[in-house]
Design a protein around this ligand. Structure first.
Ligand code: HEM
Length: 348
């Protein structure tokens, strides 16, 4: 898909075939059949009604779904989120080192930078859980956790709050569970934020001076929403809402499509951060980058300031997408984003 950036330049974003087919065949549709027992939903009003019809079950929740068969009680989920929230707040208070170099292949550069910034004083056993190779196979992740949990952890005084919860766990099973929670809460910070910033860079860097970092992010979340689908398993509320949904149908709500619906957006494929000067991201129909208002993402308040911090540094240092790069791939993955953006200093 070719894209003009504020009328200036063309870059080609190559979506994986299944994503491209979704955009080509179903954009602008309210509801459509994906297979014998799955419907896709992209209409703004229907998405709102589906997501508001009932709370997500533990199996539908991306972050706190059961950990190796063990349900995660809400209190444990909250405790982990509070710990990582404390770590992120502490990080945001520190000045950014002047010598930091954010050039290179994104999202990798952002991922490693965030890991070292927030979790840099944690034991290697824990930091390894943020490794990007583990993203590919949950089985490997669990093996690394199970091995790492065999011995007690000793922490430096500067270790993160989320590492402290692992160090306090008593015995092998509790330590393994705590390490699983460490991975579940700390990994999204590194993975999702570096992906979001890489997407923003690809879509619009070098950025116009009058675009605010916040509006750049709202617009990047619209065109390349990292959380591009939300699955709800078949349940009686859905056929009751819409007769086209059958009792056995799972429902896939697709912000990827509603975020580009021509009925909802002017110039839907254009990157125009200034549109957010007059739109309200919390109320715009069909705009669901952080989920539905009834159960919005718990990490949103960490994501936005950390991503804004990145954009501020990148802009300050005059870093942008290499002019040689005119194409980027968007693979089919749980987290939607450009596979690699080459970032380098802008020449005057
Ligand atoms: C670009 C960054 C992110 C985006 C776009 C995003 C998006 C979303 C979306 C769409 C949902 C709703 C899912 C549904 O209803 O099925 C959600 C829920 C949630 N998110 Fe995020 N998220 C991001 C980062 C994070 C981070 C960094 C954390 C944690 C540190 C986090 C923790 C959660 C939690 C705990 C929930 C509630 C449901 C669950 O247990 O998974 N998110 N997020």
């Amino acid at each position: 898909m070719d894209m003009r950036i504020s009328g200036r330049r063309v870059r080609t974003t190559v979506f994986a075939p299944r994503l491209a087919a979704l955009l080509r065949d179903h954009r602008g549709k309210d509801l459509f059949r994906l297979d014998d027992d799955t419907v896709g939903v992209a209409g703004a009003e229907l998405s709102d009604r589906i997501l508001g019809a009932r709370a997500a079950t533990e199996f539908e929740r991306p972050t706190f779904k059961p950990l190796h068969g063990r349900s995660i009680p809400r209190a444990d989920a909250l405790k982990s989120m509070q710990a990582i929230g404390r770590d992120v707040r502490a990080t945001l208070k520190k000045p950014i080192p002047i010598e930091v170099d954010l050039s290179g292949p994104w999202p990798h550069v952002g991922h490693v930078y965030l890991r070292d910034l927030i979790l840099g004083n944690d034991p290697r056993r824990l930091r390894f859980l943020m490794d990007r190779v583990l993203e590919l196979t949950p089985k490997l992740t669990w093996t690394v956790i199970a091995t790492g949990a065999m011995f007690r952890l000793r922490l430096q005084p500067e270790a993160s709050a989320i590492a402290a919860s692992v160090a306090h766990a008593a015995g092998y099973h509790e330590r393994r569970y705590a390490m699983g929670l460490y991975r579940r809460t700390a990994a999204p910070v590194c993975f999702t934020i570096s992906t979001l910033v890489a997407n923003a860079l690809w879509l619009g860097a070098p950025f116009d001076d009058d675009w605010s970092n916040r509006n750049i992010l709202y617009e990047a979340l619209r065109l390349l929403p990292p959380s591009w689908n939300m699955l709800r398993n078949a349940s009686p509320e859905y056929p009751a809402l819409d007769a086209r949904i059958r009792a056995k149908d799972d429902v896939l709500v697709l912000p990827l499509l509603s975020h580009r619906d021509p009925a909802l957006w002017d110039d839907p494929d254009e990157f125009r951060p200034e549109r957010w000067n007059s739109l309200n991201p919390d109320q715009h129909p069909g705009y669901l980058p952080f989920g539905h208002k009834s159960e919005r993402c718990w990490g949103q308040h960490m994501v936005m300031p950390l991503a804004e911090m990145f954009l501020a540094v990148l802009r300050e240092k005059g870093l942008a997408v290499s002019p040689q790069q005119t194409t980027a791939q968007v693979p089919l993955a749980g987290l939607l984003g450009v596979a690699e953006v080459r970032v380098e200093p802008l020449r005057a």
